[in-house]
Design a protein around this ligand. Structure first.
Ligand SMILES: O=C(CO)COP(=O)(O)O
Length: 151
């Protein structure tokens, strides 16, 4: 796939997602990182986003709950270039009924080359990155060219 460049804004659009057994870890992380997160625009799956908004007082644009389609809604936003990074504490020790949706969300994050953290340590590294508050030139699939070649 050929790529083209896209400018990720300084104020990031950050998706926050956690599976049920990981929600307490995400809530703890979010409360520690509140001052950094408040500078950015937050999105979340239904339950996670609502919990984050209640705990921090930061506005969160909430999708549907993950198993009800929220993972797919976030995936669509990533594909449309409307979400710039994702903190997704998925559960490595339990199965979820919407595993295909989880895979699809993680896959689209990889396709569209957004930074993803899967646990508190990787989330710390992302949030401490000097790139967090700067514009960043990233490579994304050259969709216009892809379509042109196929039509
Ligand atoms: O299931 C999820 C991600 O796959 C998260 O959904 P909720 O935030 O609605 O619990």
């Amino acid at each position: 796939m050929e790529t083209t460049s896209r400018t990720i804004p300084a104020r990031k659009r950050i998706a926050l997602v956690a599976h049920d057994h990981m929600k307490s870890a995400l809530m703890e992380w979010v409360s520690i990182r509140k001052e950094q997160l408040i500078e950015h625009e937050l999105f979340g799956t239904g339950t996670t986003g609502t919990l984050v908004a209640k705990a921090t007082g930061i506005d969160v644009s909430c999708m549907l709950s993950g198993p009800m389609g929220g993972d797919q809604q976030l995936g669509a936003k990533i594909a449309e270039g409307k979400v710039d990074m994702m903190i997704f504490f998925w559960d490595p020790l339990d199965a979820v009924p919407h595993d295909p949706d989880v895979k699809a969300l993680l896959r689209l994050a990889a396709v569209w080359n957004i930074p993803v953290a899967c646990n508190p340590a990787s989330a710390d590294f992302l949030i401490e990155s000097p790139l967090l508050n700067c514009e960043y030139e990233t490579r994304v699939p050259d969709y216009a060219n892809y379509l042109k070649k196929r039509t």
